[in-house]
Design a binder for this molecule. Sequence first.
Ligand SMILES: CCCCCCCC/C=C\CCCCCCCCCCC/C=C/C(=O)SCCNC(=O)CCNC(=O)[C@H](O)C(C)(C)COP(=O)(O)OP(=O)(O)OC[C@H]1O[C@@H](n2cnc3c(N)ncnc32)[C@H](O)[C@@H]1OP(=O)(O)O
Ligand SMILES: Cc1cc2nc3c(=O)[nH]c(=O)nc-3n(C[C@H](O)[C@H](O)[C@H](O)COP(=O)(O)OP(=O)(O)OC[C@H]3O[C@@H](n4cnc5c(N)ncnc54)[C@H](O)[C@@H]3O)c2cc1C
Length: 667
Amino acid sequence: MATTTGVNSDLAKERNNSTFDVEELSNFIYRGPEKVKRRRYLHNLATKDPFFRKFKPWAFQTREEQYEICLQKHLYINKKCKELNLTEPVDKFFYTEAAAPHENSPIGLHTVMFIPTIEKQGTEEQKKRWLPLAESLKMIGTYAQTEMGHGTFIRGLETTATYDPRTREFILNSPTITSMKYWPGNLGKTTNHCLVMAQLYTQGKNCGIHMFMVQIRDLETHMPLAGIEVGDIGPKFGYGTNDNGFLRLSNVRIPRENMLMRYSKVLEDGTYVKPPNAKIAYGSMVLVRAAIVTDAARALAQACVISIRYSAVRRQTEVSPGGEEAQIIDYQTQQYRLFPLLATSYAMYFAGRFMYDFYLKTTAEIEGGNLDSMPQLHAISAGLKAFSSWMCSAGVETCRLCCGGHGYSHASGLPKIYIDVVPGCTYEGENNVMMLQVARFLMKMYGKLQNGEALPTFMQYMSTDLNKKSCMTEEVALNCLVMAYEHRAARMIRDAAASMEKLVQSGKSPVEAWNGSTVMLTWAAIAHCHAFVTKLFVETVVKSRMDSKVQSALTSLCKLYAVHGIVENLGGFIQDQFFDSKQVKILQKKLMQLLAEIRPNAVAFVDAFDYPDEVLQSCLGRYDGQVYQALYDYAKSSPMNEKEVLDSYYKYIKPAQNGKYQQYSKL
Ligand SMILES: CCCCCCCC/C=C\CCCCCCCCCCC/C=C/C(=O)SCCNC(=O)CCNC(=O)[C@H](O)C(C)(C)COP(=O)(O)OP(=O)(O)OC[C@H]1O[C@@H](n2cnc3c(N)ncnc32)[C@H](O)[C@@H]1OP(=O)(O)O
Ligand SMILES: Cc1cc2nc3c(=O)[nH]c(=O)nc-3n(C[C@H](O)[C@H](O)[C@H](O)COP(=O)(O)OP(=O)(O)OC[C@H]3O[C@@H](n4cnc5c(N)ncnc54)[C@H](O)[C@@H]3O)c2cc1C
């Protein structure tokens, strides 16, 4: 029976029954007790600061209020980060996630893309000129690449930057309606500068797309400058806090020095100097793709915290007539929907940790002049970005559904998480398009394999003998699970390559063969990412040092991740009889066993993510489990309840009850 004060008794019982120490697992997730302490310190700074608590809740704000309140919060965050000397990205990330949870910043693009692009693509002189202004917010900028007509195919962008050697200026133009910049975050009303991606023309030649710094608003009045038409694109599915914008450029002249020239250059006379690799200009997208993996993992982790705590508190339906109603977490169907997502949130966290480290290592190499790992970085970041945002967005929605009716209310906190995470499937490269980039890399690797060339370590599984059958026994060993994923990916890569080959042999051009095989190529890319994430999870639990009870519990969760992925995608695993029917039965049985094994630790697993209530902002996911009182308080706080009788009653309902409808004819 739930009490109305203190911790809900069901939740308290769950915590008593877990087999491991939650603190030990938090230490493992966040890489040590010192880091956990630091994260808590940063969360506390934000959650205990009265500044962030003075605003009405996000769900009760109008669009304009969402923008204005979020802007105030992020400007304050910016000021606090400086005062507190928070310079590390991880520190800023933790402070911000607690200060404005899932509220997309009106100066976010400035921080996440504008400044990093200057840092990575600007010359020393440009960095000296712009970075201090950007740091002090005198310049507020965004990354303006996407146009109304083109987002994916960036070589098809229509904005032009034509070099005029007489004045040593570039002239920027949006020649058509489809060439107008459309979607860039913070562009509509906040920014006074943009990094504009445009087709460079010099000496009568098109040299492809390049980045240009363009001032769009007056620094004193904030009015748009001559030749600039700019504004907000209007309400969206979410992102109400963000003024995604449109921009039209008409004969806007900027000095030659405003082209980002660290790698490509236009000399004074108009001579074009090529970069060492044309794709180096895509570096800012790679950075954000890498960051999205952790961002998506965090969204799913928080959704699991909410949904699993609520499932432990919520009781529904007497199991035997007249008996006690069961905790909904005890229904096997609820476990089947939630526990694999819990496992996925851990898998994605570890993938995010890997991605961040790999990004830092590889970009350091690139900046040192060694570009060898660029294709790998592109393939891994594109693949993990797409895989994580797909899995986590779908997972958040399932968590919401698992909360029944209350999941549909903003009181659950789940809709806010969902609308914040789901655009990650689209921005920074639409996910299907990103998977096709991965497939392109896989086909290259397959070609190397055919030619007997060496493969990078993470691709060596492709040389597996595809006639081999699974080693799976009743024990369901982790290595057999990894082997299954790698086998499936290797076969799908081979099948996609064979499909293209067959089309070429039938007389199709390579491009036609590619287009005729994109579904199979996408299957192969997804299977590759699934294998990559599974292997990473397995290696993390097997090779890392951690408390033995935590390791045992985490091993079950990891196994669940792998077994569930096989059972849910069975067709791909049995197509070539890799598993026989006996092994399939073993896996199905193991899946049910794992659900039961994880059940006593489910709450402990989500507690270990260590998200304070102020971050979750959920009546259902509260640490104390007092969900019903919280729902009641939430309902009472709705602005709709400020008056007992609304004006609309007198204006519309009362007259209608009296058969009077004249007010409508006035319209
Ligand atoms: C517990 C740990 C805590 C850690 C904390 C970490 C700290 C994190 C810090 C901050 C966290 C904040 C979280 C933020 C997350 C939310 C942010 C929200 C902001 C979102 C804002 C959104 C912005 C945007 O959307 S910007 C616009 C993005 N647009 C795109 O992505 C366009 C997609 N299209 C493309 O990329 C390209 O057009 C293409 C790749 C599809 C095709 O390009 P194209 O030039 O046409 O290519 P093609 O000629 O066909 O050639 C293909 C060859 O090029 C190679 N290639 C392509 N791209 C790259 C690349 N980037 N690098 C290297 N190589 C590349 C490709 O492999 C082909 O090579 P090949 O050899 O020819 O095969
Ligand atoms: C919330 C949000 C914030 C954004 N912020 C920014 C920003 O700050 N700066 C910026 O420049 N942009 C931004 N964008 C734009 C974003 O990067 C693009 O929307 C994205 O890259 C997808 O491009 P698109 O809209 O042209 O989609 P499209 O390419 O038109 O996609 C439509 C469909 O066509 C398919 N498709 C397209 N090309 C191919 C292909 N080659 N093969 C197979 N299928 C294909 C896609 O899979 C998709 O299903 C933002 C978008 C959103 C939603």
